[in-house]
Write a new protein. Structure first.
Length: 413
């Protein structure tokens, strides 16, 4: 049956002007595995064990052939924009609103017919505009819902073009972003040199160059060049979640006569969640662009295990923002001072479980450690004189020589 679906799709792509108008889209579709799936209304995409699947209800398109081209573009947008793979789309607080935001982004820039699509133009009253990211639109919708202006089930109009059950099933799984990057990179390679055309659109994917899409997915082009065992390293941050807490349900054995006055001690029953980290980036002139690119790649890996607030700092804090999957540029590029990030007025102003600091170590640091565990990630093999905190070194090694996963938190000094 899969061969019949492949023949059906190939017949449409090759017999129409689809390849000529959308060469990158055709190359991506050629690398996806088609599946005949009458359980979906029209079409859906999924990712399983490194393979991208295109679920097709053939009968639907035999009834409505005018929608096939537009929905194929729609599905490629879901894939290329990371909607299947990126952890930033996993486990949203308001899943219905995220679905609306993802649909807006997947439908944007599609000029071919779609069946009553959800488009951003219907939501301008909530601050949604052209060119916004899916997460920006999601945040706007959440704000509108919290203000009582929008209900998750009472959106202004339109319907989901495709089935999102499979799209959302494995979103954010480790390695999925890299699989998406490889799919795009291999599709671009197989498409070869593409004439951008008169308006430049033939050389674009979802309105962007493939290189730009890859940068937004991974923070920089290519996979991480350095090995850091983030799962092991982050053990120092999640340990505090299991610290013993006071409880009135278990009396203190030392003071049994003071029940109700002195709490007992018990291990916390709290659910183990991702730690919230402050990730500081040394943006001084001594940090090269290749080092900053590698930091961006490492943050994509770290983001699979922790929530990240990025702090850019050279001699002072330049920028603070939530990491959503990419770092395109940094502010600063002056001297180096590692102390501002550890100022009490800064650290105590936000709920954090730890600090990760990417730096070459060439600058003054606080004499006393902060109240939070700290992991220094050193980008140069230089002598770093700070006597507190854990540390690791980003050492570039050929892929074949990279060590297997091991405890690599570093050592105290």
């Amino acid at each position: 049956m899969a061969d019949e679906v492949r023949a059906f799709l190939d017949g449409f792509v090759q017999s129409s002007d689809f390849v000529a108008r959308y060469p990158y889209y055709a190359a991506i579709l050629a690398r996806m595995s088609p599946v005949a799936d009458p359980s979906v209304k029209r079409m859906a995409v999924s990712l399983h064990e490194g393979r991208f699947f295109l679920h097709v209800n053939v009968e639907s398109f035999l009834r409505e052939p005018q929608y096939l081209r537009g929905i194929l573009l729609h599905e490629v947008h879901h894939v290329a924009l990371g909607h299947l793979s990126h952890p930033k789309f996993a486990d949203p607080a308001e899943p219905e609103l995220l679905e609306i935001a993802l649909e807006m982004s997947a439908n944007e820039l599609i000029e071919d017919p779609l069946p009553d699509p959800i488009v951003w133009q219907k939501y301008t009253q909530f601050g949604i505009r052209a060119g916004q990211s899916s997460l920006e639109r999601y945040e706007k919708l959440v704000q509108a819902a919290q203000a009582g202006k929008l209900g998750a089930r009472t959106a202004p109009g339109g319907e989901s073009v495709d089935d999102h059950r499979l799209l959302r099933k494995r979103t954010g799984e480790p390695g999925a972003v890299e699989q998406t990057r490889q799919l795009i990179a291999k599709a671009v390679e197989s498409a070869g040199d593409v004439d951008p055309g008169e308006d430049g659109r033939r050389a674009l994917l979802a309105g962007k160059t493939p290189g730009k899409l890859i940068e937004e997915l991974t923070g920089a082009r290519g996979p991480a060049e350095c090995f850091v065992d983030w799962k092991t390293a982050l053990g120092m941050f999640v340990a505090r979640h299991r610290a013993p807490v006071g409880t009135w349900t278990r009396p203190s054995r030392r003071f049994p006569h003071r029940v109700g006055e002195v709490p007992g001690r018990a291990w916390s029953p709290r659910e183990m969640t991702k730690p919230e980290l402050c990730v500081a980036i040394d943006t001084s002139m001594s940090m090269g662009q290749d080092e900053l690119d590698e930091i961006a790649r490492q943050l994509v890996l770290l983001g699979e295990h922790a929530g990240i607030t990025v702090v850019e700092c050279d001699t002072e804090i330049r920028r603070v923002y939530r990491f959503t999957g990419a770092i395109t540029e940094v502010e600063g590029r002056g001297g180096t001072d590692l102390r501002p990030v550890f100022a009490k007025e800064f650290l105590y102003s936000r709920p954090l479980d730890g600090i990760v600091y990417f730096t070459d170590g060439l600058g003054p640091f606080p004499e006393e450690p902060p109240h939070l565990p700290t992991l220094w990630i050193l980008t140069k093999p230089l002598e770093f004189e700070c006597r507190w905190g854990e540390r690791a070194v980003l050492e570039r090694k050929p892929a074949a020589l990279r060590p297997p996963p091991a405890r690599s938190k570093g050592r105290k000094r």
